[in-house]
Design a protein around this ligand. Sequence first.
Ligand code: BGC
Length: 762
Amino acid sequence: MFYNEWILSNDEYDHDRRQSRNALFTIGNGYLGIRGFFEEDEVTLESNGGIYMAGVTGRGTYDAWEGKSGELCNMPNIFRVSLRCGGERVDGFSSISDFKQTLNMQKASYSRQYIWTTSQGSRIEVAFERFAGAADIPKIGQRIIVKALDPVDLSLSALLDSNVTNLNADSFATPRPVQPGRNHFVKRNVKTSSLSVILDDPDSTVLYFAQQATAKVNGNPVAKKDFISDNACGAIYDCSLKAGDILTVEKVIYVASSLDDDVDAAQAVAGFLSGDVGFEQEFRAHCTAWLSAWETANIKIDTDTNDDAALRYNIFELLCVCPRHTDRVGIGARGLTGEMYEGCIFWDNEIFVLPFFQYTNPQVVRKQLTFRYHTLDAARRHAKRNWFEGAMYPWQVNNKGIEQTPYECGAFYAIHIVADIAFAVCRYWEVTGDDEFMVSYGTEILYETARFWRSRCDFSELDGKYHIRAVRGPNEYDVYVNNNAYTNYMAANNLRSVKQVFDNLSGSHPKEIERLMNKLGATRQEIDLFNEIADKIIIPYDEKKGLILEDDTYTQRRSLDLKRAKPTGQRIIDSTMPYEALPLYQVTKQADTVLLCCLYPNDFTQQQKKNVYFYYEPRTAHDSSLSYAPHAILSSQIGLKEEAYGYFEKSAYLDISDRQLNTISGLHFANFGGTWQAVFHGFCGISDDHGKVSIKPSLPDKWNRVTLNCFMYGSVLQITIDKSSVVVHKKKSGPNPLIVRIEGGDYLVGGEPLRVTLGERL
Ligand code: BGC
C-alpha cells in the first residue's frame, strides 16, 4: 500500500484479496456507497459489482421481530463496461501489467489503471475513474480512458446493468469463492438510456437509473450505437486506434428512488435525461463540495509514519457514508460498503461515529438523532411487546427502526443501546445548546427511554437498590449477566437527564414543555421517581481494590488463558471455543468498563481509570473492531504512551490491513469513529468540560505536531498541538465567550490566537 497526504494506492494485483480491496476503496455520498469493483468484469462472481443505497433493503431470509428480515440490496451495476480489443475480451486482470488502484481522498475519486496485452501482443493502457457526486447527490460520474500503445480495434460498451445479485461475501473466514446471493428485482423496465426496477420488499420500492454518455477519440466525437436487453441498456462505441490515439468515454449517471424525500423520482430522471450535464462540470462541483467538507474534518499530523494518511482514510470513509441529505436513514455498522449486518444500525452510531460529527459537523448529529426520533414509535412497540414501558430502542435496526436481530438471538438483553441513544442526545445538547432540537425531539426521546428503564429495573428489599438483570453489556461474551456496570451507569444517567432537561427548559420554553408533558402524560412525580431510581441503581464496585466491576460475578469466574483461547488473530468463538462456554471465564470480548471510563472522563479518578485498565486489558480478547480505540483513549489518558500508540495503530489500519479478515464484508465504521476519537480525545486530550474546552495533550513520540478544527459551544476552533505548546485559534465566534483549560489554567480565547507553552505551570 502506498500512502501520501491525500492518496491511498495499491499497485499489487492479488486475486484473492480483490473483494476485500473492493471494500477498502469504497467511495460514497451518503446516498450511495460504491465499492472499488472492476468495471469490466462480465462473467465472474465479481461482475455483481457492489453498490448500496441508504435505506434500500430487499426481502431477507430469516424471521426478525416484525416479519421477515431485510437484506441490504446490491444495486444495478451502473458502471458496467464491456471492452473488446482486437476482438478479445478485456477482463482487467488476466493479462495485465502496471496495475494500480488509487483513492484520491481530497477529490473523493477512485481510479484504476493497467496495461493490457492481447494474445497477438498489442497493448492498450486502460484507466477508469469514478466519483459519487457530493454537490448534486444523485449524480455519479465515470470516465474511461483507453490509450492505444499499438494499433488496435476497440469496442467499448458503457452500460447500466440490472443483472446482478447480492455479493453474499459476509463471511468471517479468509477470502474464499462465494456463492452469489439473491437478485432483489422483481420487475424491470429497460429503455435506451435508463432503466427502473421494482424491489422485492414490502413497499415495492422503485429504483431509477439513467445515464448520459459521450465518447471521443483525440477530442473528436465517436458515433454511438444503442444497446438494450431485458436487463441492461447503454451505448456501444466502436473505433480503430493508431498507436498514441486516446478514446475517452465519459458518463454521468442519475440515481433516484421512490423512497427519496420530496422528489418525484420518475420526473427527476426525465429532467436529467433532457438536461445538459457533463462529467467535467459535475466533477468540478463535486471537488468543491469535498474541499469544504475537509475544511473542518481534516486532521493534519506531522510525522514520518503513514499515520497522517491512515487517519485521513478513516475520516474519509466517515464523510463518504454521511447522509447529509436526510434525517430518514441511519449510519449502519458497515455503512454502505458491504452486506454484513444488512445495513443495520447499532449503538456503533451513537457511541463511536457521532462524536466525530459532533465536533466537525453537528448538523449531521441532529439529523441522525432526528432519525432516532422518527423511529420512536417502533421503539415503543418494541417495549410493549417485551412487556416494558416507554421506548425500548432495538439493538440492530433497519431504517424503520424495527429490530432485525434474528428472534431469540440476544436482542432482548442488549439494551444498553437505549441509554446510548439518550447519551448521544445529551452530548449533542451539551455541546451545541440546540434547545429547539430538545423541545422538538430530544426531550421526548429522553422521557420515553427513562420510562423504559423505570420498567426494566428491579428494586431489591435486601439491599434497597435497583438492579438491572439479564442484560448483555458491550462484553457480549458474557451472554447475559446481572448489573453490567456499563449498562447500569448509562441507564442511571438516562434517568437523571429528564429532570435536568425539564428544569432547564421549563423556564425558557414553558409552553413547549407543557405541551410535551400533556402529550406524554408526564408528571413531576414520575420525573422525581426517575431520579430516585437513578440514585439507587447498583454500580458493581470493589471498594478495597477501587475497581469498577464489569458485572455481579465477573471476578468470581475462572481466569482464561488468552494465549490458548486465541492462538491466532481469529476470534475465540471462530477458533477455540463455542459461544456458550465463555460465561465460565473472565474474558471480555471488547472494551466495556474501559469504554465507560472514556465516555465519562470526569466522573472517575486517574487511579480508578488505571485500575480498570490494568485489570480488564489483559482479560480482553479484542474480538470486535469496537475495542481497540477505547483502549487507545484510556491508555493515553493514564499516561501509557506506547500502549496508546499500539492500540491507535491497530485501529487506524484495521481495514487497510484487513486485520480481522472480514473487510470483505464491509468497512468498520465504529472503528473509524473510534480512531478519530483516539486522536481527538486521546492524544490531543480535547474534551468539553461543563462549558469549557479542556486540552490535555500527550502526542505519540513519532508525531511532531497535530492540527485540527472543531466545533465547540458554537465556535469553530483550530487547535495546533506540538510537543511543547498548544495554540488555539478561534476561526468563528459562537454566542458565548470561550474558555480553554490547559494544565490547570483557564484562558479566555479572543480574536488573537492563544498560545500556551506546555510544562510551564507543572
Ligand atoms: C459487536 C457489537 C457491534 C456489532 C456491530 C459486534 O461484533 O460486538 O458491539 O455493535 O458488532 O458492529
